[in-house]
Design a protein around this ligand. Structure first.
Ligand code: SAM
Length: 334
């Protein structure tokens, strides 16, 4: 198993399958920047399913156990279930999940499940329609996403819900979201607003920290901590006392977890990134398309991971957040 400069193994891989999205969330892909004229990746630049599978096999041979498909919006990629089916058959892969905004999930859920998908994380930032629509800026209602969430659960997918909380955007939805998903026993994860990319107007003042959300929750519920289920688990989890329902926090800003970060990322055009906050990646597409052997590719991956020193969230200051050039989340894969 390879480890990086700080002894961190490579354990999970996020694969972005497209940089396009059918939402224009204000904090991620604001319309003013990702408008009609925005140059998304041309189709021929995207890795094919064969290319993704080939790279995944090499990654898995080096210790990757978990894969999560993301984007952009991964369900916009045509026939995604076919990719899932290729990946689940690779020896050594233990887990495959998908992160989606849920718009196309109801239609595709059964196909995805049949292809071997186990888990799906659905992003939903508010229950109140008005608030949700003002965030996604695409006119999609909460009802539509909730239907998809329930359908996915009904057919046996393990479902979690992700909610980014940002000051002035949706703090008032923290409790209604908690109540709803507690009642339906669907784990809800509150995500701190992060300084990914350059276009989302990030400001520390807009971050609602885990501590603040936790205290709000304690005014309404009794919570008890749950031990993490594996090393490198990102969410800090709690159970509502006396129930099976749980809630969690992704605290990338207020309590960084770089020291246990075992995650590599592959962008839709075949670049490897070793951190969500990276300024650049390593192009694999060129290698894949110029006849290099698996051994040659493997050697490069080993070198990339072996040289990894990223710990951006540990080192974040107001200055680094402002000055560092960062890749957009929709490009690198959320
Ligand atoms: N389209 C899919 C979705 O909506 O889940 C996958 C990609 S999206 C970039 C992945 C997740 O990143 C979503 O839950 C989204 O809310 C979250 N996200 C985007 N920008 C963020 C930011 N600046 N801080 C925290 N989370 C963010």
């Amino acid at each position: 198993m390879i480890t990086d400069k700080f002894g961190r193994p490579m354990h999970d891989l996020r694969i972005s399958v497209t940089d396009r999205c059918n939402f224009r969330c204000r904090y991620c892909m604001p319309k003013e920047i990702f408008g009609r004229d925005f140059a998304f990746m041309p189709k021929e630049q995207l890795l094919s399913f064969e290319e993704i599978e080939r790279l995944a096999r090499i990654f898995i041979s080096q210790g990757i156990k978990k894969i999560r498909l993301t984007g952009g919006e991964p369900l916009l990629r045509k026939d995604l279930h076919l990719l899932i089916n290729r990946l689940v058959h690779i020896d050594g892969l233990e887990d495959i999940g998908l992160t989606t905004n849920g718009v196309l999930l109801e239609k595709q859920a059964q196909k995805l499940k049949d292809a071997g998908l186990k888990r799906v994380n659905v992003s939903l930032d508010a229950l109140k329609d008005e608030i949700f629509k003002s965030i996604n800026d695409s006119g999609v209602s909460t009802k539509h996403i909730l239907k998809a969430i329930h359908k996915a659960k009904e057919i046996g997918l393990e479902v979690k819900v992700n909610m980014v909380v940002k000051k002035g955007m949706n703090e008032q939805e923290v409790i209604p979201m908690a109540r709803y998903f507690k009642e339906h026993e669907i784990p809800l994860r509150y995500i701190e607003f992060m300084d990914v990319g350059e276009t989302n107007g990030w400001d520390m003042k807009k971050v609602v920290t885990k501590k603040e959300i936790f205290h709000t929750l304690l005014n309404h519920f009794e919570l008890e901590p749950i031990d993490s289920s594996y090393i490198g688990e990102v969410a800090k989890r709690y159970r509502y006392k006396g129930t099976k329902a749980e809630v969690g926090f992704i605290t990338s800003v207020s309590e960084s977890f770089c020291s246990t970060c075992t995650r590599a990322r592959l962008s839709a055009d075949g670049k490897i990134f070793t951190c969500l906050f990276a300024s650049g990646g390593f192009d694999m597409k060129q290698m894949l398309r110029s006849g290099k052997s698996d051994e040659e590719i493997l050697e490069v991956i080993q070198k990339i991971w072996g040289n990894r020193t990223d710990r951006y969230s540990d080192e974040r200051t107001v200055q680094t957040a402002k000055n560092r050039k960062k890749i957009e989340m929709s490009y690198i894969g959320g």
